[in-house]
Design a binder for this molecule. Structure first.
Ligand SMILES: CC(C)(COP(=O)(O)OP(=O)(O)OC[C@H]1O[C@@H](n2cnc3c(N)ncnc32)[C@H](O)[C@@H]1OP(=O)(O)O)[C@@H](O)C(=O)NCCC(=O)NCCS
Length: 191
């Protein structure tokens, strides 16, 4: 049976965006590492997530779904792992929206449990925004489960403004709208 989660949606302009932080990370893209390392990374980074639209026990399916949603707009150079020395610290999947190339989103952002609580999330989020800006995106549309307070705080720290609340299918992350028959219909992807 499908589950519904509530997501807070945020926006910000990316015109001339540069990260304001001193970035401690070394990055490797999926183009450089291949996808196996991303599946392993997702397994680690999804642990303890407060977002109900990601299943920490199924990193393989989660990555496959995101690749499917990206379709032809997938740029493996924009999907990156962040390292501190040799240790995996985080992951950011920057994605131009297939239907609106001027707009970008982060399909996923996460910090490894060992590195959480140090505000690294906002540095990695800013890196994602910068990747999108360099790829030609003028606007950012993001979203997270309303229960994910650290992620909401990360959006706030990086100047994102609230742009609504969406009911989404927990499995696919797609936006739902209550139809006349009171069932939900998919109207928009918001991963
Ligand atoms: C979301 C995530 C990236 C944030 O990483 P982080 O930088 O380590 O987060 P922090 O613990 O430093 O918290 C960030 C901010 O939220 C605040 N915060 C943390 N927990 C909070 C809570 N329960 N309630 C309110 N605020 C909270 C912190 O005080 C901090 O604020 P500050 O920067 O003003 O000091 C990280 O928790 C994560 O990777 N989670 C698992 C994956 C995930 O859920 N990704 C998002 C999917 S959309």
């Amino acid at each position: 049976m499908s589950r519904t989660i509530i997501k807070r949606i945020v926006r910000r302009s990316l015109k001339g965006y540069h990260s304001p932080y001193r970035d401690p990370f070394r990055y490797l893209s999926m183009r450089q590492t291949g996808r196996k390392r991303f599946i392993a990374a997702m397994r680690t980074i999804l642990s303890g997530t407060l977002s109900g639209d990601f299943n920490p026990r199924a990193p393989h399916s989660e990555l496959r779904l995101l690749e499917h949603l990206a379709g032809k707009a997938l740029d493996r150079g924009l999907w990156q792992l962040a390292y501190v020395g040799r240790h995996l610290a985080g992951m950011v999947l920057a994605q131009r929206r297939p239907s609106r190339p001027n707009e970008g989103t982060l399909f996923f952002l996460g910090i490894s449990p060992a590195f959480r609580g140090r505000s690294y999330g906002k540095i990695l989020h800013a890196k994602g925004l910068e990747l999108l800006a360099h790829a030609g995106c003028l606007r950012y549309l993001g979203g997270t489960d309303i229960r994910n307070k650290p992620m909401l705080q990360t959006f706030r720290a990086n100047g994102c403004r609230a742009a609504g609340t969406w009911a989404c299918d927990a499995q696919t992350g797609k936006r739902l709208r209550r139809a006349r028959n009171r069932h939900f219909q998919i109207i928009h992807a918001c991963h």
